[in-house]
Design a protein around this ligand. Structure first.
Ligand code: NAP
Length: 294
């Protein structure tokens, strides 16, 4: 069984990005600059944004964190987005989700200039990705594609089953795996909560990508012998043996599925670290004008 190590791969990608930043400095070019907007004080969101900002420092990017009160109005938030859209110093902008209920995620996402949308959430970038045009691809699916590539997982002609159809993971993943390029060229089945006989379908998957958001949902009896299994889920469960008081588990019951799979991502250390590496890579592309011609 091959352990697909996202932590190691993400460190390699970050080193490659840092090397490029060092070259840019020598060339006297513009240092990539990522801005993040955080609304409110949700613990998980603060952790995620903090990790993104720290990773920017690690690779030599500039970063700006804009913190707004939970009570900020939609109009005020839209104005902040617009200011960053217009700021030539900033190459990439992310708005940490979730947003408070009184703010429309769609409106805010749609306000982000596609050229700075390094999360790949705007309709422009989703459309471009779907058409196979240069695009900022959402960080989590992009990270998975990169893992498949760097671990030379054969995808052409394979049956890829995706569990979950969220806009940020499952849906773009299904599009990417069906593309006429590597990794891709799969026959893709996208499953969701209305899917009938899910286990019968997952058992036919050569590549199983799980983004269902239910702890250890996928068990060995749902997986074909020799499948490649990508676990996107992240859940905290209490564990008094840990200093932190919790441990992380995925959407896949790791030990029993690993015994059957030919390759699998662990949680933690699988897809999670790749998400940040992809965001940094998209920001580098933005700074260098590689997706939208400047
Ligand atoms: P989500 O928006 O909650 O979507 C879950 C999907 O699973 C939905 O499409 C839902 O179907 C489907 N589903 C629910 N119950 C099902 C069932 N019994 N059978 C088949 N499908 C079912 O989740 P998400 O945002 O994609 O995230 C999924 C997991 O990945 C979460 O644990 C999240 O924390 C994690 N995540 C990790 C990263 C990372 O960086 N590693 C990034 C993003 C998310 P319906 O559409 O019909 O409701």
């Amino acid at each position: 069984m091959l352990l697909i190590d996202g932590k190691k791969t993400s460190e390699e990608i970050k080193s490659e990005i840092a090397a490029r930043v060092a070259e840019i400095k020598v060339e006297g070019g513009k240092i990539p600059h990522l801005a993040a907007i955080l609304v409110g004080s949700d613990g998980a969101s603060q952790t995620y944004v903090g990790a993104k900002v720290k990773s920017c420092e690690q690779v030599g990017f500039q970063s700006t964190l804009v913190r707004l009160e939970e009570s900020v109005s939609e109009d005020e938030l839209l104005k902040v987005v617009e200011e960053i859209n217009k700021n030539p110093e900033i190459d990439g902008l992310i708005v940490q989700l979730p947003l408070p209920k009184h703010i429309s995620v769609e409106k805010v996402t749609n306000k982000i200039k596609p050229e700075k949308d390094v999360d790949g959430f705007t309709p422009a970038n989703v459309g471009r990705m779907t058409l196979g045009w240069p695009a900022y691809v959402a960080a989590t699916p992009y990270g998975i594609v990169e893992l498949l590539k760097r671990y030379n997982v054969e995808t052409s002609g394979k049956h890829c089953v995706v569990i979950g159809r969220s806009h940020i993971v499952g849906s773009p993943m299904s599009i990417l795996m069906a593309r006429n390029e590597y990794p891709g060229n799969c026959t893709v089945t996208l499953t969701h909560s209305r899917t009938q006989n899910l286990a019968e379908i997952t058992k036919t998957a050569d590549i199983l990508i799980v983004a269902i958001g239910k702890p250890e949902f996928v068990t060995a009896d749902m997986v074909k012998e020799g499948a490649t299994v990508i676990d996107v889920g992240i859940h905290r469960v209490e564990d008094s043996s840990k200093k932190s008081g919790f441990r992380l588990i995925g959407d896949v019951k790791f030990d029993e599925v690993a015994a059957k799979a030919s390759a699998i991502t662990p949680v933690p250390g699988g897809v999670g670290p790749m998400t940040i590496a992809s965001l940094l890579y998209n920001t580098l592309l933005a700074a260098e004008g590689k997706v939208y011609a400047k």
